[in-house]
Design a protein around this ligand. Sequence first.
Ligand code: OGA
Ligand code: MN
Length: 304
Amino acid sequence: MFKESFKYYKSRKPPPSLKDVIDFENISNWNLNVKEIRCASRVSTSIFYGLKEPSTWKIYELVDNPGLIFIENPFTALGQRYWTVRCLRDFPFAPNRTNLKENFDLKHYQQMENQLRWTTLGYHHNWDTKKYSEDEKNDFPKDLAELSKLISEILGFNNFKAEAAIVNYYYFNSTLSGHTDHSEQNLEAPLFSFSLGQSAIFLIGTDSLEDKPTPIMLRSGDIVVMTKKSRLCYHGVPKILEEKRTPKWNGADTLEDFDDRNNILETCLNENSWILYGNFLKRCRINMNVRQVLKESQQSLSNG
Ligand code: OGA
Ligand code: MN
């Protein structure tokens, strides 16, 4: 059933109906598969992660897919710009790895478009063996680790450590077929999935491909957290959809407490320098997929 749903939502001719796709921006009362959850929001966000005040966040869990948590865009417009610039200006460069053989420059973004597919951070995902290794590892970006940790604490998961990430870059023809993420030795820790740019239909299934998955609309800024039972469930992205409304990365923000560690402020706020990124984002969806690899008792992969 997973494959049938995937094929249905992937179709261009005819395009799929979106009527069964859960849209958290328009949750209707009759949607019994969604429950709103409250969070422990006594967490201080004094340094800049580009987040709105946690007490204003809307957080949901799927009833039929227990452990699948959805946070409706908790980012400010500036926050979305910050993470976009990190994903396009910084992350796809050494020592991190990408699918590209040659170095590129966003100034040639038309060439780069459709070319850049993924970047890996921290323990590098090995696409062939699906195994992590101590020899294939670089420092994990501090800001992304802190962002993930902060969100995990707000959701009540303690001691999360971001140790590996895949940044996926999707274009209008891209898909990500159904899979489970099980390369990590720690499969109890939550997995964080941040969306930026264009929208996507995300399918979350069960631990069996026989079951029908639940389709969810993901938009710029939305966060999916795969916790507990949902951590090992099949999921995929059959379709990227154009966001026709005003981009959520445009808009006025205040700049209180901006700790510009990565020298990004200027790029985000100056429309002339932002335009490169803004143009790229019009045709791209970025997904930062953050995982903990090691168990709490482990210092490295060799000591289990
Ligand atoms: C992944 C993944 C989902 C997404 O990178 O493993 O499932 O929303 N990404 O892009
Ligand atoms: Mn995945």
